[in-house]
Design a protein around this ligand. Structure first.
Ligand SMILES: Nc1nc2c(c(=O)[nH]1)N[C@H]1C(S)=C(S)[C@@H](COP(=O)(O)O)O[C@H]1N2
Ligand SMILES: [Mo]
Length: 365
């Protein structure tokens, strides 16, 4: 039997099929941010969501090298010490996995079964990618920039290093940074130690961890993670549209206290101030609306001031006059580009970018 045959293909869950052992295995390795983690402006590192396709590779900062080559005037190789001498900037960025919301889709695409929690905000410190590219000299024939991580695996029969491409324009205009610190500390192993790319505003798949190579190529990159995975498609043979920037989403810190198993909430009647965060990779968040009657009527949330970092989440609150009985809270955000969260999910085969409005069932006692 060959590697290709041994590898498992993506599929959709059958009607009524529960979470499979394969999904459980992924969910036990990768983890989301518990939603009470929304209370922090910057997510403490252990609470930030984690997604790793293959294994966390064994890496060594002392011997690490990052190469920049291909369509450049001067191929370069950087040690961590060299990179630190190139500059130092810190950006606060909300990262979200493109698969966030996947497990709620019907039929369910079998993959990492995220509900709502594949998100986190960190302060990433490193050097601007554009400074590295300019140091090497971008040749006129450069089209795409290919980022390669040190991790290796098989996906739907294709053996590969984790690799993603961006156009030269996206690589520069996104303000991407090559980071060695998260929240002022060396990157934790699961977040890319010793070096990763962070592409502000883009779904997480673009932010290649354990970054070892940056190659400029003279054609469009057609690697697996760009051309096969991370496409919005309705059918298996549809070439689809690439997954790029983060769609708007608002999430509430679930109020009161939870039932252990169902996560249904309990709060005492009276004024309950609901708090949450909203973000979008396309444009600043403009408004957040809440419904406390399962989407029948909507009320504007009070938006807190915008911070300095446009691509970090924005906090909001709403004073809810909680009356006894069962209530369904719903929250939705809209950004300045006119994008608004849907109330009903828009399905796609990979389960990407499902930013359907969050619903929380609360029993007021
Ligand atoms: N080398 C490498 N980079 C990677 C991945 C990976 O599996 N390997 N996963 C990507 C995906 S799909 C996401 S959502 C983010 C997750 O980043 P985090 O674990 O730091 O939150 O990393 C991205 N970068
Ligand atoms: Mo992801």
């Amino acid at each position: 039997m060959s590697i290709e045959q041994f590898s498992v293909r993506g599929r959709l869950a059958d009607t009524g099929e529960g979470i499979t052992a394969d999904e459980l295995q992924l969910a036990a390795r990768n983890h989301g941010m518990p939603l009470e983690g929304l209370r922090y402006d910057v997510t403490p590192p252990g609470l930030h969501y984690v997604l790793v396709h293959y294994d966390i590779p064994a890496t060594n900062a002392a011997t690490w090298s990052l190469t920049v080559d291909g369509c450049v005037e001067q191929p370069l190789s950087f040690s961590l010490t060299h990179l630190r001498a190139m500059g130092r900037r810190t950006v606060r960025v909300t990262l979200e996995c493109a698969g966030n919301g996947r497990a709620a889709l019907q039929p369910r695409p079998i993959s990492q079964p995220w509900l709502n929690e594949a998100v986190g905000t960190a302060e990433w410190t490193g050097v601007l990618l554009s400074d590295l590219l300019r140091a090497a000299g971008i040749r006129a024939d450069a089209v795409d920039v290919v980022f390669t991580g040190a991790d290796h695996g098989v996906e739907r029969g294709v053996e590969q290093d984790y690799q993603r491409g961006l156009s030269v324009t996206e690589a520069i205009d996104s303000g991407a940074i090559v980071a060695w610190e998260m929240n002022g500390q060396p990157l934790p192993p699961q977040h890319g130690y010793p070096l990763r790319l962070v592409v502000p505003g883009w779904y997480g798949m673009a932010s290649v961890k354990w970054l070892r190579s940056i190659e400029l190529i003279d054609h469009e990159f057609t690697g697996f993670q760009n051309a096969v995975a991370y496409r919005i498609r309705k059918t298996a043979d549809d070439p689809g549209e690439p997954v790029t920037r983060i769609e708007p989403r608002a999430l509430l810190i679930p109020p009161g206290f939870p039932d252990f198993m169902s996560r249904h909430r309990f709060v005492a009647a009276g004024t309950v101030t609901l708090h949450g965060r909203a973000w979008s990779g396309w444009a600043p968040i403009e408004r957040v609306e809440l419904s406390v009657d399962a989407g029948v009527s909507w009320h504007p949330a009070k938006m807190d001031a915008v911070g300095n970092d446009e691509l970090a989440w924005r906090s909001f609150s709403y004073d809810w006059d909680a009356t006894p009985g069962e209530h369904v809270l719903t929250v939705r955000a809209a950004d300045a580009s006119g994008r608004e969260q849907p109330i009903e999910a828009e399905w796609n085969r990979g389960g990407f970018a499902n930013n359907t409005a969050q619903r929380i069932t609360v029993l007021v006692t």
